[in-house]
Design a protein around this ligand. Structure first.
Ligand code: CTP
Length: 459
């Protein structure tokens, strides 16, 4: 006979409140030993809980400090509950009655008990009351604008209410057909001179620098598609200007904010494949077939696409010491580029980008004990496989996301502003500099080459 009765319960416990405390007390009263599973932030985000403000570490600490809690564990994946029932020989699984029916399947392992929830309080309500609504404006209107607006609806305390484009007719058509956005501007200064506190910029790449600079000077937080600038000094200038004006400047590299991508980095940090020696990633897109304008395509494969492979390479291997380019051109611009970068300890990054060649968009991270395979499109990371010499040891990680993946990035941007933070751990200013170094260096080299050729031509 067991001499103690074990109870288990799970939750996010963001901004710990009286409803949580009462539930935990009631759960403990059912037995002798209370285990609380606190959901991990990547797991929460992967199941659609985007707006949690406190880190896993902080939430665990808060629950650990409660007298009536005996053990705290972290919940990281979908099937963990059933595994925990067996592992901890659980007698009762207790949970609030907002979940009634949802966990009946666990009766196979233990006794499931739904407890009365406390009326009138929730973390969602506290977040709404404690944080101001961020008003955001969109700069540039194109085929992706609607998805951005749609995805932003999943982020609480964010309101997008106006757009800007230099083309009057585009603005007029957009606002006429939009249900939620009624204000349109074709004058950037007027647009910035409104009550918005943040902007999202998605225009042609060569306009980014000027638009960002003006927005920062007007005191707005900026989320902008990468690259933020097309040469080194401009990027550094923008980052220090943002620091000086105390606003947030973030590259809209959506991959960096996906739950699976962050879980991948955690697994690598934990040494799942030993020491990482090489990171290889490919991204290609035949924009011509997608009817993108010639002007867009002429920005070149490196400028349009290299940020994504560079993100993976630099997040894992750190700053690059030397970069070599093997490009192929169509007239003046590159239609493909094989970029090899050398990193700390002689580790190697291999990034392949192309707008005029189609290839498999997957990624492989090779280590001393095994490798990770991310299937195409790897930059929309939803799952990855960890493979070893012994194929029976293969591990699969699955973090399906909803929508097109933008909501995770928008949620992080909004949450940073609300919490008065100016840096994202998922994409720091140093990350942004490292990632952009590739294309900035390529542009600088191309410029030098052109200058040399013109000089030669003159002689
Ligand atoms: N809970 C409760 N009474 C409340 C709020 C939560 O009993 N007013 C219970 C939930 O039923 C669950 C546990 O506390 O068993 C953890 O819930 P969690 O989802 O973390 O809290 P919520 O406040 O419901 O969070 P959110 O608003 O983000 O959904």
């Amino acid at each position: 006979m067991k001499n103690k009765k074990t109870i288990i319960t799970y939750g996010t416990y963001d901004m710990l409140h009286v409803g949580h405390m009462k539930l935990l007390e009631r759960a403990k009263a059912l037995g002798d030993y209370l285990i609380v599973g606190v959901t991990d932030e990547n797991y929460d985000r992967s199941r659609g809980k985007l707006n949690v403000v406190e880190s896993t570490k902080k939430r665990v600490k808060m629950i650990e400090s409660l007298d009536f809690v005996d053990k705290v564990i972290v919940e990281t994946h979908k099937n963990q509950k059933a595994e925990d029932m067996v592992k901890y020989d659980v007698d009762i699984f207790a949970i609030g009655d907002d979940w009634i029916g949802a966990f009946d399947y666990l009766n196979e392992y233990t006794h499931v008990e739904y407890l009365a929830r406390t009326e009138g309080i929730s973390s969602t309500k506290l977040r709404k009351e404690n944080f101001d609504t961020i008003k955001m404006g969109i700069v540039g209107i194109d085929r992706d604008t609607k998805s951005f607006i749609y995805e932003s609806k999943f982020v609480s305390n964010l309101k997008i209410n106006r757009v800007y484009s230099s083309d009057f007719l585009t603005v007029k058509n957009f606002t006429k057909n939009s249900d939620s956005i009624k204000y349109g501007h074709d004058n950037y200064d007027d647009f910035l001179d409104t009550s918005i506190s943040a902007v999202y910029i998605n225009t042609s790449l060569n306009e980014h620098y000027t638009l960002i600079k003006k927005a920062i000077e007007a005191g707005k937080h900026v989320l902008c598609e990468n690259p933020l600038a097309l040469n080194k000094s401009e990027l550094k200038e923008l980052l220090s200007l943002a620091k000086k004006e105390k606003v947030l400047l973030l590259s809209a590299l959506k991959t960096a904010f996906l739950p699976a991508f962050n879980q991948l980095l955690t697994e690598l940090d934990n040494g799942i494949i030993g020491e990482v020696k090489e990171v290889r990633a490919t991204r290609t897109s035949l924009y011509k077939e997608k009817n993108y304008s010639d002007e867009f395509i002429a920005q070149g494969a490196t400028n349009i696409l290299s940020s994504y492979p560079s993100l993976l390479v630099n997040k894992i291997l750190g700053k690059s010491n030397k970069i070599t380019f093997f490009d192929q051109k169509d007239g003046d611009y590159d239609i493909s580029n094989l970029i090899i970068s050398e990193h700390k300890g002689g580790t190697i990054g291999v990034s392949r980008v192309a707008t005029g060649v189609k290839s498999e968009g997957d990624a492989v991270i090779s280590g001393t004990k095994g490798y990770i395979y991310i299937p195409a499109p790897w930059w929309m990371t939803q799952k990855f496989e960890v493979r070893f010499e012994n194929e029976h040891k293969t591990q699969m990680f699955n973090y399906q996301f909803d929508g097109c993946g933008l909501r995770y990035m928008i949620a992080e941007f909004t949450s940073l502003i609300q919490r008065d933070k100016r840096k994202s751990k998922m994409l720091t200013p140093s990350d942004m500099i490292r990632i952009n170094r590739v294309l900035l260096e390529y542009n600088d080299r191309e410029k030098e080459k052109k200058n040399r050729d013109t000089k030669k031509g003159k002689k």
